[in-house]
Design a protein around this ligand. Structure first.
Ligand SMILES: [Zn+2]
Length: 455
C-alpha cells in the first residue's frame, strides 16, 4: 500500500473521493477529466511526442554534401539552385582522422552568393538516413531531372510490400514516414503512408549462430550455386524456414532440395514420353480416383496461392507442392484420362514452383508443350467446382453485407473456404485492388470479408 502522507498514489486503479469521477478507471478518468477541463475552458488536450532533435550532419566524406555556404557576414546561406548538386571531389587522399574534404581548399573555398565575400563551403555530409528515407519515392521517376518526384509517384506509391531486416524496423521506418509526410505537406506526393505491408526477414545462421567473418562461419551461396545451380539454392533457402524466421544453413538440406528438383524433372520427362494428351469432353466422366487427384491439385493451388500471395510462407507452399507430387507419383494408370490429369497437374506444379525455381520451371514448361516462356504465363485459376464443391452452404459477406454463397465439404479447411469465398464473382468485384483487412469465418455458416476504404 502507498502511504499517502508521504507520496502520491501513482499506479493505476479506480478513482475515489473525486466527486463526479468516482468509480472511473484510470483511463476512463483520463478522458473524462480532460473533457471536463476543456468544457470549463480550463485546459486543452495536447499530444506530446517524446522526440529529440536529430543532428543530421556527419563528419565524414562518404555521404551527400550539405548544400550550405558559411559566410562570416551572412551566416548559413543555401547554395543557389542552379549550382546544385554539390558533388564530392574524387581526387582525394583518405586520412584516418578526418574527412579529406576538410583539408581541400579547392572544395571548401567559395564566394558567398549573398554578399560576394570569401566564404566556406560546408564540409560535413548528411547522415545516410537522408537518402534511405525517400529513395522508394524517387525510384518511381529516376529519369526526371527537372523535379524530385512527378505524377508517376502517386501511381506507384504506397509501396505494396516492403521487405527489410529487423535492424531497420525502428529507425529507418520512422525516418521514412517523417520524410513521406514532409513530401506530402510540400505537395510532392499524395497519400499519408509510404508502405502498405512490412515483412522483416530473418537471418541466415550457421551452426546456430549469426555468420560473421571473425567467427569464420561464413558460407558463400556461390559454392552451392556452382554445385547444384541457382534453383536448388533458392528452393533450399525458401523451404528451410518462413521468411521472417532465421534459417539454419545445411548442406544436407540443400542436397535434399536438389533431389526433389531431379525427381520433378524425371517425372515430367516420363510423362511426356508417354505421348499425346487428349482433353476429355466432360471431366465428370473421369474415374473416381482421377477426380480425387484433380480435387487435390486444385486444393493445393488454393493453398499455395494464399501462402505465396498473402501469408508469404513459401516453405508451406513448397511443402504442399511436394505432397501433391508424391500423390501423382503413385498414379499407376496409362489411360488417356490419366494422361490428361497428369498433364494438368504437372503444369500446375510447374506454374506454382516457377516463382521459387524459375529456371527449371522455364525448361519444363517448354517440354510440356508451351511455346511461350513461363514468365509470361498466368497464375493458374482456382477451379471452384473441382476443388471444393460440397454440400454445406456458406454465406459470403463483404463488410457485413450478403454478396454470394459457396458450397463446401464438411471437412473443408479454413484456408479453402476463405479462398473459395474470395474467388466468387460478386466478391471479386468488390474486393479487387482493395486491401483485405480481415476475413472472419463462422464455421459452417458464413464468411465475412472486411475490406478497407469500402464505398
Ligand atoms: Zn555573405
Amino acid at each position: 500500500m502507498c502511504d499517502l502522507t508521504k507520496s502520491a498514489f501513482t499506479t493505476k486503479g479506480r478513482l475515489i473521493n473525486s466527486e463526479q469521477f468516482d468509480g472511473l478507471t484510470s483511463s476512463q478518468a483520463f478522458n473524462a477529466i480532460a473533457k471536463f477541463l476543456q468544457q470549463q475552458n480550463k485546459g486543452k488536450r495536447q499530444v506530446n511526442y517524446r522526440l529529440r532533435d536529430w543532428g543530421i550532419s556527419r563528419q565524414r566524406y562518404w555521404g551527400t554534401p550539405i548544400p550550405i555556404i558559411n559566410c562570416q557576414n551572412c551566416g548559413e546561406i543555401p547554395i543557389p539552385e542552379q549550382d546544385l548538386p554539390v558533388q564530392l571531389p574524387e581526387n582525394i587522399t583518405l586520412y584516418r582522422s578526418s574527412s579529406p574534404i576538410k583539408s581541400m581548399p579547392d572544395f571548401y573555398k567559395c564566394i558567398c552568393p549573398a554578399c560576394g565575400d570569401n566564404a566556406k563551403r560546408e564540409t560535413d555530409t548528411f547522415d545516410t538516413f537522408f537518402e534511405s528515407s525517400w529513395y522508394y519515392a524517387r525510384f518511381t521517376c529516376p529519369d526526371n531531372n527537372e523535379s524530385m518526384l512527378d505524377n508517376r509517384t502517386d501511381y506507384w506509391l504506397p509501396v505494396d510490400q516492403y521487405i527489410g531486416g529487423i535492424e531497420h524496423a525502428v529507425l529507418h521506418l520512422l525516418y521514412a514516414r517523417f520524410f513521406h509526410k514532409l513530401m506530402r505537406d510540400e505537395g510532392l506526393l499524395k497519400g499519408n503512408e509510404p508502405f502498405k505491408n512490412l515483412l522483416t526477414q530473418g537471418m541466415v545462421l550457421k551452426d546456430s549462430t549469426k555468420m560473421s567473418k571473425s567467427r569464420g562461419n561464413i558460407v558463400n551461396p556461390q559454392s552451392l550455386i556452382d554445385k547444384y545451380g541457382a534453383d536448388t539454392a533458392r528452393l533450399f533457402m525458401m523451404f528451410a524456414a518462413p521468411p521472417e524466421q532465421s534459417l539454419e544453413w545445411s548442406d544436407k538440406a540443400a542436397a535434399g532440395a536438389n533431389r526433389f528438383l531431379k525427381r520433378l524433372w524425371r517425372m515430367t520427362h516420363k510423362h511426356i514420353e508417354k505421348g499425346r494428351v487428349t482433353v476429355p469432353d466432360d471431366v465428370n466422366t473421369l474415374t473416381q480416383s482421377l477426380q480425387k487427384i484433380r480435387r487435390q491439385s486444385f486444393k493445393t493451388l488454393e493453398k499455395v496461392t494464399d501462402d505465396i500471395g498473402r501469408r508469404h510462407t513459401f516453405n508451406t507452399a513448397i511443402a504442399a507442392v511436394m505432397k501433391l507430387i508424391n500423390k501423382i507419383l503413385k498414379i499407376n494408370d496409362d489411360s488417356e484420362q490419366a494422361q490428361f490429369v497428369m498433364q494438368e497437374t504437372i503444369e500446375m506444379v510447374v506454374l506454382m514452383l516457377a516463382p521459387i525455381t524459375p529456371h527449371i520451371c522455364h525448361e519444363l514448361w517448354k517440354i510440356l508443350g508451351h511455346d511461350d516462356a513461363i514468365v509470361n504465363a498466368n497464375w493458374p485459376k482456382i477451379n471452384v467446382f473441382t476443388s471444393s464443391q460440397g454440400d454445406i452452404d456458406i454465406m459470403v459477406q463483404v463488410n457485413g453485407k450478403l454478396r454470394s454463397k459457396i458450397s463446401v465439404f464438411p471437412n473443408s479447411d479454413d484456408v479453402t473456404i476463405k479462398m473459395l469465398a474470395l474467388a466468387k464473382e460478386g466478391v471479386l468485384r468488390l474486393t479487387q485492388g482493395k486491401k483485405i483487412n480481415r476475413i472472419i469465418l463462422v464455421p459452417k455458416r458464413l464468411v465475412n470479408i472486411v475490406v478497407a476504404n469500402f464505398d
